[in-house]
Design a protein. Structure first.
Ligand SMILES: [Zn+2]
Length: 158
């Protein structure tokens, strides 16, 4: 995740900050976050959407790290997407952070924070964090230019 934000990245971060950042679960232990991710990735719902993706390992970044990030472990999925990856969390083990980094692992490398990212993240938020979090995130996204029509001109497969 680059420190100099492009316009889409800045808009997406702002939307997340204004909606889902304070919502969802804060896992106290790494094992709890891992269990949640395993349950999600192992679910029929997930397999229907991202059948190529089989495992994400959750790890904590070192003390003092500011940015969460992720690390694909291969490029064996469709379009060079990874089938496995590592989610590296800076600070608290917050559900929106983990879902954000997981979303990166589901998209082609370098896909960034555009429409495809927002739609995949919306689907995960709806499924994992519930309908209220989904709607708050959706409307926060629509407040930013790159995402004005999100959820209107093509379906989100949540
Ligand atoms: Zn990101």
């Amino acid at each position: 995740m680059a420190r100099r934000l492009g316009p889409q990245q800045a808009a997406l971060y702002a939307a997340e900050a204004a909606s889902i950042d304070g919502l969802g679960i804060v896992w106290r232990r790494l094992a709890e976050a891992q269990q949640a991710v395993d349950g999600l990735v192992g679910s029929a719902w997930f397999a229907e959407r991202w059948p190529h993706f089989v495992r994400a390992v959750v790890e904590r970044r070192g003390r003092g790290a500011t940015w969460s990030t992720c690390h694909p472990l291969d490029a064996a999925g469709p379009g060079g997407r990874p089938t496995e990856g590592v989610i590296l969390v800076a600070g608290a083990l917050r559900q929106p952070t983990v879902l954000h980094e997981l979303t990166h692992l589901l998209l082609p490398r370098g896909a960034g924070h555009g429409r495809d990212f927002a739609e995949a993240m919306l689907a995960l938020v709806r499924h994992e964090m519930g309908f209220v979090a989904y709607v708050e995130y959706l409307y926060a996204l629509r407040g930013h230019e790159p995402f004005r029509a999100i959820g209107q001109d093509r379906a989100i497969s949540a």
